[in-house]
Design a protein around this ligand. Structure first.
Ligand SMILES: [Zn+2]
Length: 187
């Protein structure tokens, strides 16, 4: 099928719309993209010059439209997240092993799966014991998600540090506030 996708142009801050023909082969799944998150890494790439146009978008959620002959256990209409090539697109291809089926009622919110995967990787790497105090420096989306993951995972002493009072306040709403959060300030 003919699909449209966005690529980063050679010049910084340019995006080109292109058409490509996609046909799922072997273990590939053709996904109709419904939403795609914009990552900080995407923004950095957007502001760079490059020798060749590059694929754009890696935080998609979409619905399966067709499956290659080796695919088992996924069918048309299933909602999936995961790694797809150039996901700022009407459609994209992904390998079944790199896709995860998600409940349809999550809707576009499921595009948060990829950044949340990064957060859980960091929290697992830190591997706090129950009762440990953990400091999260920087409370943008990823930092706040880390605070939520730590508190949900049994580390109620997740201490949020950010110069922005509104962000610190959001951190207090993600679990039981700690005195350290209330005392957090710029330094
Ligand atoms: Zn990302």
């Amino acid at each position: 099928m003919e699909a449209q996708h966005a690529v980063l142009g050679r010049k910084a801050r340019t995006i080109e719309l292109r058409t490509r023909s996609l046909q799922p082969e072997r273990d590939q799944v053709l996904v109709r993209v419904l939403a795609c998150g914009i990552c900080r890494g995407d923004l950095i790439e957007f502001t760079r010059e490059r020798a060749e146009p590059a694929a754009f978008g890696h935080e998609p959620v979409g619905q399966v439209e067709a499956c290659g002959p080796w695919v088992r256990g996924l069918s048309e209409g299933d909602w999936v997240v995961g790694s797809m090539d150039g996901a700022f697109a009407t459609h994209a291809l992904g390998r079944q092993s790199q896709l995860l089926r998600v409940p349809p009622d999550l809707g576009e919110t499921a595009a948060l799966a990829e950044p949340l995967k990064c957060v859980t990787t960091v929290v697992r790497a830190a591997a706090p014991d129950f009762g440990d105090a953990v400091v999260v420096v920087g409370c943008g989306f990823m930092g706040l998600a880390a605070v939520a993951a730590l508190r949900g995972g049994g580390s109620p002493l997740a201490i949020a540090v950010d110069p922005d009072g509104a962000r610190r306040h959001l951190a207090t709403e993600l679990g039981p506030p700690t005195p350290s959060i209330r005392r957090a300030r710029t330094w």
